[in-house]
Design a protein around this ligand. Structure first.
Ligand code: BTN
Length: 250
């Protein structure tokens, strides 16, 4: 049994999870909230948190044998873990949009925001907080108008209501198991599963890399380090370390 802190309302479960991680929370400790007033997404975006309808949780992990430079791979492992649980629950095949989105029927159903401890920390002090948001029992009108075409929920996809706490327990278990595989067997076994679910592979896309340079091309999937490759019209391969990856519109 791992410690779990439940909140009716909180600013962001990631903020709370970082606090408890700093005070030494063990790996697997989680913060779960019914509602977030300041749910955060990647790249400074908000995460729309409808009260009681979604899963909003953050899990503290302290993976063994993982070098600091391999910490970004944790986001891919987390995405895969969430995707595998959603596949089992729905009997459908989710897809993964690099680096952190989970898609079902071509629409976003879940997202991951991973935050790590300061780079200088010793092994014992090191942690990552994996923030997970899943649209669970939302109906279409729960989403803002501008999102309705691009997001979905478990309820919209299956017509079934899910117990959010049970979904959380299943995701935490899967995540800790997949991280154990990462620690003991390395990234390859996880990456090969991830690649089978690659939403962007072969698609025309546009991304902005960390230097702010816009790259347009065909997605080649993540390399062995988990970094996305894109081939531009001149055949040049670009490595996308991070950035807002979106499909190109022509
Ligand atoms: C994204 O798709 O940009 C990432 C979304 C992550 C949202 C979750 S909800 C629980 C946790 N707390 C937050 O403030 N964000 C993450």
């Amino acid at each position: 049994m791992y410690p779990t802190f439940y909140f009716e309302s909180i600013d962001s479960t990631n903020i709370k999870a970082k606090e408890i991680a700093e005070s030494g929370a063990v790996s697997g400790t989680a913060v779960v909230a019914e509602y977030q007033t300041k749910g955060r997404g990647r790249l400074g975006k908000n995460w729309h948190s409808v009260p009681g309808k979604g899963l909003y949780c953050s899990i503290v992990v302290r993976p063994k044998n993982i070098a600091l430079e391999d910490y970004p791979k944790i986001t891919l492992v987390a995405g895969l873990s969430v995707a595998l649980v959603l596949d089992r629950l729905t009997g459908r095949k989710t897809q993964l949009k690099w680096p952190n989105d989970i898609y079902l029927s071509g629409k976003k159903i879940a997202g991951i925001l991973t935050e790590s401890s300061a780079l200088s920390g010793s092994f014992q002090q090191r942690y990552a907080v994996i923030g997970i948001g899943v649209n669970v029992n939302n109906v279409e009108t729960d989403f803002p108008l501008e999102l309705r075409e691009i997001v979905t929920s478990l309820f919209v996809e299956t017509g079934t209501c899910f117990v959010v706490k049970e979904l959380f327990q299943a995701i935490r278990l899967e995540l800790l198991q997949q991280l154990e595989i990462f620690s003991n067997c390395g990234f390859q076994p996880l990456l090969s599963q991830w690649r089978k679910k690659d939403f962007l592979l072969g698609k025309e896309m546009e991304c902005v890399n960390t230097e702010g340079i816009r790259v347009r091309g065909i997605a080649q999937g993540p390399d062995d380090q988990g970094q996305l490759h894109v081939r531009d019209t001149c055949g040049r391969i670009h490595e996308v370390l991070s950035g807002d990856v979106r499909l190109a519109t022509f």
